[in-house]
Ligand binder design. Sequence first.
Ligand code: ATP
Ligand code: MG
Length: 567
Amino acid sequence: MRYSRFFLPTLKEVPAEAEIISHKLLLRAGMIRKLASGLYSYLPLGLRSLRKIEGIIREEMNRAGAQEVLLPLVQPAELWQESGRWDRYGKELLRLKDRHQRAYGLGPTHEEVITDLVRREVKSYRDLPLNLYQIQTKFRDEIRPRFGLMRGREFIMKDAYSFDVDDEALEETYQAMYQAYCRIFERCGLNFRPVEADTGSIGGHASHEFMVLADTGEDQIACCTSCDYAANVELAEVIHPSDHPDVRPSRPMTKVNTPGRRSVREVTEFLGISSDQLVKTLILIGDGRPVVALLRGDHELNEVKLRRSLGLEDLDLADSDTVQRITGAPIGFAGPVGLPGDLKIIADQDLFDLTDFVTGANEVDAHYTGVNWDRDVPRPEFADIRFITEKDPCPRCGGEIELRRGIEVGHIFKLGTKYSEAMGATYLDADGRERPIVMGCYGIGVGRTLAAAIEQNHDRNGIVFPRHIAPFEVIISPLNVKDALIVEAAEDIYNGLMAQGIETLLDDRRERPGVKFKDADLIGIPLRITVGKRLKEKNEVEIMDRATGKTISVPRDRAVEKTSEML
Ligand code: ATP
Ligand code: MG
């Protein structure tokens, strides 16, 4: 490709709309442009990288035995009603009507559509296993689209769905997909970790997320520094010692005045206690009913764990009116003492051995001190409902836990029979009995993977593309396009590289060397061949490695050979 003819509008200035580095660089390198909130156009350079990632995904999916299909973006409401998700999915599902007033959704994911396809075609155990994937546009009306391609509303996803006869067969498929995912992200040149994960609104039993490690990641993961345990903090288990110390109340329960002191900090400072002596009380609404969660003042409620331990579909903090109605006091003064007996109360397991603690008194401007289980409050149900911290041991080996940030680029689930049962996708087994098909689903955010790769691979001059996903492998920079010798050498090398199938960008613009170098660095092509002064002096060109900055000089007629060696 000749740069002078290439649609590559690079920017010198950092666009104001971009907060994180990958978004800034994608815009500056002329790879994407914003159309509207969460909607982006890929320009030629961005699309080339995107296609590289898709190519890697395709190869690995095909190798793992999956077959490519392409499903419609527009999906009939009836299918979503059958699975029960039409009402449950929420506002991320963009709903629309056609001219006949029939309802549709813009596909945020394709479990319903693929299950419908398979239930019509698959009859017998002989038709299984089956694994189908597509690389296609999804639409999710995200509440906060941001960070460019990281969280768009319209975005490109690879989604695969597997169909097996039983759990054992699904396990095998799942492992094959797990391995394929590891190879995909390795080939993309990413530093990533597979982590245990929550299954969210897609549902199912077991899942792993593939996290690219980066400080700007929206997810937090707990990694063990000794073993290979890694989990999303939404899920990471907190181990509670099983032996209970023999502890007894030593103080009477006393009501104290705490005027205007609501937050953990305000109350603990006012009473001169440490935050692990305070029990904070959160009022939530789970599937329409109030739930009270109790935690130590220095711990954070993990809503995913609470939702899972109560088997709830959805869970949200209650608004101030609800808190007032349930506890009789405004937010900040709730406590477990004297709450109605039929209220669902669940305490974090770390509160089990706590004595003489402080809680709200369900009265404005008042707290209780010296509160104890059994004597003052019936023992509620205890469970692990808080976030793991770096002070907690690894739940697998007892080692040290390190919290890191990650970008979720892929997610694999064992769905089981959730969709096949709801939608009647069955097969006949060898004995002629009808059984539900056992499913799995496997997603990769293709655009997000591109953004994550840049997030992890850049320096202050621009992108440093991992070789296999770079839009071009080589850029040739002839430094003076008015000099016939230089132009001729650059063209020769360009033709030589192209003949070998090496994707090359020839910077044939009438620009100063500084401009060419800046743009080459910005767009992050792995190798740059400079044709300039050295050619006239010694008949040599320079090859620079973008990642290391290391430069070597080679005779002009060995440039093609040396470049292909370096790739
Ligand atoms: P998140 O928690 O980030 O919203 P998710 O759990 O909703 O992700 P899945 O439904 O598992 O994501 O989708 C599969 C993959 O699609 C994700 O792993 C991610 O890489 C990508 N993805 C999801 N939502 C978006 C989005 N809004 N923009 C870009 N990529 C996305
Ligand atoms: Mg999401």
